[in-house]
Ligand binder design. Structure first.
Ligand code: SP5
Ligand code: ZN
Length: 342
């Protein structure tokens, strides 16, 4: 049995991307509402206690994100749908690269269909009717989990989607819209004092979280992920060359299994040792059956990762990130939490 609270909001189900535009082709979405439902079902069966998310004001969101990004996400669907465009989801076609405008601030485009290019960095991360409500609810789920830990729970789990770790202060991508993990870390820091640590075990580099806390020593960031140099998202960063005293990337070769992955998790846990509290950015897409990564971690491996992180003995907020195999996502999360909360 799993004795720990998990936070839930039905609003997280309202984001239905339906598709991802990959190399110019419309492919089926992988980050679907059924993910969260599968996790919830497994948690309930394991005996974890569901806690409804509590609404929080925008202050923690605005401490992490550019107000212009937040306003865009809040209004993008209404503007897009009113413009009678041929796509049923908000998708960029022109990108406001800094070099395009010589580093000067780009104009806010008059054309609604050009605006996503101010904020989106890929074509995979579509916005539809419920996207804002779900992304904002995911933040509330994460912040409610922080409240539980600040109130004395040793471990609380935020069962949220869409995920967040790919979002920087001002740009979104990688199936993510608001950085739930970074918002939770900022709030946890305010509540328990620093430093706090973020250990990200999602199969993909936590690039957004890294960039948000870059150059700070009060939020330590570690990410264990498939080597972007081997051809994997986010491609442009996530290398060991970005490491410093407060940021650790451990890129792993495709096909890495439990042994190499758990060594990397141990190294990441060492960075977190000085912390007063821990956020685990829990992507379970490093698992062998996951369609979105070539890592080959087993369910027992995830349980052991939970145990390693639990041994730090820190107040811990676990925030859901990726994981796309609907048949195994629930057991993977349950086993990780069982290792952690044991
Ligand atoms: C939170 C998270 O795990 N985000 C993952 C983002 C990585 N997506 C990159 C997708 C690369 C192409 N995959 C083809 C699937 C087409 N549906
Ligand atoms: Zn991922």
């Amino acid at each position: 049995m799993l004795s720990l609270p998990f936070v839930w909001s039905d609003d997280c189900l309202r984001h239905e991307p339906e598709a991802e535009i990959w190399v110019g082709t419309r492919t089926a979405a992988t980050e679907v509402p059924a993910r969260a439902l599968a996790i919830r079902r497994a948690l309930a069966a394991a005996g974890a206690q569901e806690v409804p998310a509590v609404a929080h004001d925008d202050s923690a969101v605005l401490a992490v994100h550019d107000p212009a990004l937040v306003e865009f996400l809040r209004t993008a669907w209404a503007e897009w749908s009113a413009a009678d465009l041929p796509s049923d989801r908000v998708v960029p076609y022109i990108f406001a690269r800094a070099e395009l405008t010589g580093g000067r601030a780009p104009a806010t485009p008059t054309a609604v269909w050009a605006r996503p290019g101010l904020f989106a960095y890929d074509t995979m991360t579509l916005i539809g009717p419920g996207t804002w409500q779900a992304a904002r609810a995911a933040v509330d789920v994460a912040l409610t989990a922080v409240d539980l830990v600040a109130g004395g729970a040793r471990v609380a789990y935020a069962c949220c989607r869409p995920p967040g770790h790919h979002v920087t202060r001002s740009v979104y991508g990688g199936s993510c819209y608001l950085n739930n993990t970074a918002v939770a870390a900022t709030e946890l820091l305010a509540r328990v004092g620093g430093p706090v640590a973020v250990v990200d075990v999602d199969a993909h580099h936590g690039n957004g979280t890294q960039e948000i806390f870059l150059g700070r020593d009060d939020v330590l960031t570690a990410s264990v992920h498939v080597d972007p140099g081997a051809g994997w998202f986010p491609h442009f960063l996530g290398f060991a060359a970005e490491n410093d005293a407060a940021n650790l990337n451990v890129p792993l070769a495709p096909s890495t299994g439990d042994e190499g992955w758990l060594d990397a998790v141990r190294t990441a846990a060492e960075l977190a040792e000085p912390a007063r509290a821990l956020i685990v950015a829990l992507g379970v897409d490093a698992a062998a059956d996951d369609p979105e990564s070539p890592l080959e971690v087993t369910t027992a491996g995830y349980r052991e990762a939970g145990r390693i992180l639990g041994e730090l003995g820190l107040p811990t907020v676990v925030v859901q990130e990726g994981g796309y195999d609907l048949a195994t996502i629930g057991p993977l999360v349950v086993e990780t939490l069982a290792g952690l909360a044991r």
